[in-house]
Design a protein around this ligand. Structure first.
Ligand code: ADP
Length: 487
């Protein structure tokens, strides 16, 4: 189990890669050194062999003094005993007479190789011939030997060939070099593996810390941070992780706050309904009193339905499960429709609701959701417009590549300190203004209206802007990607 996870660990694989690359480099380097050494030895041997062959040829050319009775015999050049004394023990030689027969040779001269050597020499008489001796050709074992042919001309027309051979690696340097290279290769790889694994382990420590923290993290300890503060990539990863935790923590806090606020909002009407029914049931009441109680229950019920609908809309938008029927809509047409629908409500509140400049501005959005957005903004305007001539104006236009819709009222305005929180869920500036008990048909004051506006705008790639001046009024502008219809 542990071994399997170790083998799959990034540290192990990183080290393996590192060692593999090092092995390839080292192998290449060792091979280069080895081949270079072979080359050097060969060149040295060739130089030595040429010098020796010249020297021996001179010796062989020197006429041999013989007793007068032997003078008439055909004389082939050959080494005398004292000449042979100078011969290096590693040297192989053979003297060939013109018809190719061997007249003299060293003990270990490989006779089997002679035809091959002669043929190779005949082919290219300028280059020495490299020949690998067979194992049985003691005492040289399997060795590469360099052979050279040197012609020997004598006074009486008679000439012979001296074949001289010398092992390229006379002192067995190459096997020792190979052993040394293999040992260095192996040792370096072992050290590199150990060191590499240690380094990878050190480098991966922060990752392990991050993993452990992430594993142990529960919903309730989102306040934990890694605080690695390293100036490298892992430090960056840890910082990103920390900021993600901060965002998660804020999101969870918002979620908790939202649930608490939603329950609180629902508890109030439920308490009112309970109190009212209990009071009505305490003792027999007059029909008028029952009617009043039922009206109260109905109003609270409406309030709750509205709140639950708003919560549902938000939940659907949040989860991305809202069924959006996208179509090309002209914001000006939509504004006219919504204004017409809300005119009665505005009149009831003594507010003059009108359209201003309505420029054609086409957006790709869902009609129902855009109507919801516009209704919320206009209802707020109607609710808050004040003064001797309260009014709300709706305008549309394009500012390529955007289309916009704007709702302006001459209400009390919003103090600047509230503006950053205006779109937060359940955020209300003045709680006392929100529930108009005397007027059950007054627009809702749950503090969700603007949050919904923002959610809808975001769903269609738009954004909401608010400008407000205390005592003068408020302007809400919603921007969407879009423009004018062609043609
Ligand atoms: P509500 O349903 O309570 O109106 P909203 O989310 O629509 O909730 O608005 C949040 C708060 O913003 C409100 O409590 C109100 O104080 C303030 N607000 C919204 N629209 C306007 C406006 N046109 N003029 C002044 N204040 C506004």
């Amino acid at each position: 189990m542990i071994t399997a996870s170790l083998l799959h660990s990034f540290r192990f694989r990183l080290t393996l890669w590192f060692v593999a690359i090092l092995a390839v480099i080292l192998a290449g380097f060792s091979l280069f050194i080895f081949l270079r050494q072979v080359q050097v030895l060969r060149t040295e041997t060739e130089t030595r062999l040429t010098a020796q062959a010249t020297q021996f040829a001179t010796i062989l050319r020197t006429p041999i003094r013989r007793p007068p009775e032997e003078e008439h015999e055909e004389e082939f050049p050959g080494f005398t005993e004292e000449n042979l004394f100078f011969m290096n023990e590693h040297l192989l030689f053979a003297i060939l007479n013109p018809d190719g027969t061997v007249t003299q040779k060293s003990e270990h001269f490989p006779m089997d190789a002679l035809p091959t050597l002669t043929a190779a020499w005949a082919k290219n008489p300028t280059r020495p011939i490299e020949y690998t001796l067979a194992e049985e050709d003691e005492p040289y074992e399997t060795q590469r030997v360099l052979f050279l042919f040197m012609p020997i001309e004598l006074e009486h027309d008679l000439h012979a060939q001296l074949v001289l051979g010398s092992p390229i690696d006379q002192s067995h340097q190459l096997p020792r070099l190979a052993v040394a290279l293999v040992a260095v290769f192996g040792l370096t790889l072992v050290i590199a593996f150990g060191g590499g694994y240690w380094l990878a382990d050190q480098a991966m420590r922060p990752v392990q810390t991050i993993t452990r923290t992430a594993r142990d993290l529960g919903e309730h300890d989102l306040n934990r941070r890694l605080n690695l503060h390293r100036p490298d990539e892992l430090g960056e990863l840890a910082a990103t992780f920390d900021s993600m935790l901060a965002r998660l923590q804020a999101a969870f806090a918002r979620q908790r706050q939202f649930t608490a606020d939603a329950s609180h909002e629902l508890r109030t009407p439920l308490t009112i309904i309970e109190l009212e029914t209990n009071r009505a049931l305490e003792r027999p009441r007059t029909p008028k009193e029952y009617e009043k109680t039922l009206h109260t229950i109905q109003a609270e019920n409406e309030w709750m339905s509205r709140l639950v609908n708003e919560l549902l809309t938000l939940a659907r938008m949040d989860s991305g499960r809202a069924k959006l029927q996208l179509e090309h809509l002209d914001l000006s047409d939509l504004a006219v429709d919504v204004v017409e629908r809300l005119t009665t409500l505005a009149e009831k509140h003594g507010v003059q609701l009108s359209t201003g400049a309505l420029e054609e501005s086409v957006v790709n959005a869902d009609r129902d959701y855009l109507t919801h957005l516009l209704t919320n903004l206009i209802e707020n305007g109607i609710k808050y417009a004040t003064g001797s001539a309260p009014r709300v104006v709706v305008e549309t236009g394009t500012d390529l590549p955007h289309a916009w819709v704007r709702v302006t009222d001459n209400g009390p305005g919003i103090p600047p300190e509230h503006l950053p929180h205006l779109f937060d869920r359940f955020y209300r500036i003045d709680e006392s203004r929100t529930r108009d008990d005397d007027d059950a048909e007054a627009p809702s004051g749950s503090g969700l209206g603007l949050a919904i506006v923002q959610s809808i705008a975001h769903a269609f790639g738009g954004k909401v802007e608010v400008q407000s001046e205390v005592g003068k009024g408020t302007v809400f502008t919603v921007w969407f990607p879009g423009g004018q219809a062609r043609g």
